[in-house]
Design a protein around this ligand. Structure first.
Ligand code: PLP
Length: 337
């Protein structure tokens, strides 16, 4: 999408509010086509229901890509309450990168014309791009900031080209892409491509569908901020539908996968959010507490979200977004010991 997603928000707002929406202009039809992932004609009416997942009861799949799309929804696990009731969305159940980034990358790559793709990533996007790229027949190259080098072994097995750069933040690696772009590679641009935000409006619809099945609507959503695509889309959808409050988690120092708002992120300004700081030490405490309570090993940024939740005072229904599990970080944790 070349224009700004801002032009679509009014259309999306009406769709989310009333559950159906007629594409009465070309602009509306284009915005809805992006969201629904199919061509929608002017005059056509769409229903929000169409965005809800259609899981396979017996979990038998014909292709790796179906494992992703027909594998949704990812599980929603009740982890506490009431009166402070919390449900955790376990995004490591996505099959390729074992993270939420399978969703983003699937949407971004489907829109890419051309065979060569170049991107910067500190971890999950690199793995997701390499994996989904293999499935879709794209030749992927990724640039990784130093801190993301723990994913290099995965990229080796997936067989993609990558380069680890001597920079600390993913956005700082962006300038390195220019040569590849000049030579014909396409840059999906997870930081600026509105399909990132739009992909997660579908995640929001999925989560809504799950919560409705247990008669719940969220008062609060707590999510980490990387590109901000994920948290902002959930904040937008649930804010419109139920007045849900978004709590965005940023690292006080450094936590893999998330960063501070002032480093620049595109979509967080589209929603109202309270931003909270969590340190790496607190995030790992969160991982430890959660592991002792549930036996589940959540990733560091999920630990930060859990820690932010335990610090909340208000009763109500919370949704905690857990982007990935701890498994990928074994090498990194070894270095931190
Ligand atoms: N990836 C990981 C590992 C994360 O922890 C998070 C947020 O917590 C994200 C990605 C954030 O996603 P986004 O880039 O959509 O903001």
């Amino acid at each position: 999408m070349s224009s700004d997603v801002g032009v679509c928000l009014g259309h999306y707002r009406e769709l989310v509010k009333s559950g159906r929406y007629k594409a009465s202009s070309r602009e509306a039809a284009e915005c809805l086509s992006l969201l629904f992932g199919r061509s929608i004609a002017v005059g056509e009416e769409v229903r929000l229901d169409e965005l809800m997942p259609k899981p396979r009861a017996h979990r038998v799949y014909d292709s790796p890509l179906e494992l992703l799309t027909a594998g949704w929804p990812t599980p929603l696990l009740k982890v506490s309450g009431p009166p402070k009731e919390a449900y955790a969305k376990l995004e490591w159940y996505n099959p390729f990168s074992a993270s939420v980034k399978d969703r983003t990358v699937y949407y971004l790559l489907r829109s890419v014309e051309g065979e060569r793709v170049v991107e910067v990533s500190s971890g999950n996007v690199a793995v997701a791009l390499a994996a989904v790229g293999n499935v879709l027949g794209k030749k992927v190259k990724v640039y990784i900031p130093t801190a993301g080098r723990y994913v290099a072994p995965f990229l080796d097995f997936l067989g993609v080209e990558y380069q680890v750069l001597d920079v600390s933040m993913t956005v700082e690696a962006l300038e390195h892409l220019q040569k590849d772009i000049r030579e014909g590679a396409v840059h999906p641009n997870q930081f600026g491509n509105d399909l990132n935000f739009i992909a997660h409006l579908r995640t929001a619809a999925e989560l809504d569908w799950q919560l409705s099945s247990v008669g719940r609507r969220p008062d609060y959503i707590i999510a980490g901020l990387g590109t901000s695509g994920h948290a902002s889309a959930l904040g937008f959808y649930f804010g419109v539908k139920y007045g849900t409050k978004l709590i965005g988690v940023q690292p006080r120092d450094w936590i893999p996968g998330i960063r501070r708002v002032e480093t620049g992120m595109k979509w967080i300004s589209l929603v109202e959010a309270e931003i909270v700081d969590v340190s790496l030490r607190e995030a790992l405490e969160g991982v430890r507490e959660f592991a002792r309570k549930t036996g589940l090993l959540i990733g560091p940024s999920a630990g930060a979200v859990y820690k932010a939740f335990t610090a909340q005072r208000h009763d109500g229904v919370y949704v905690l977004i857990f982007p990935d599990s701890l498994m990928k970080y074994a090498l990194l944790l070894e270095q931190l010991r």
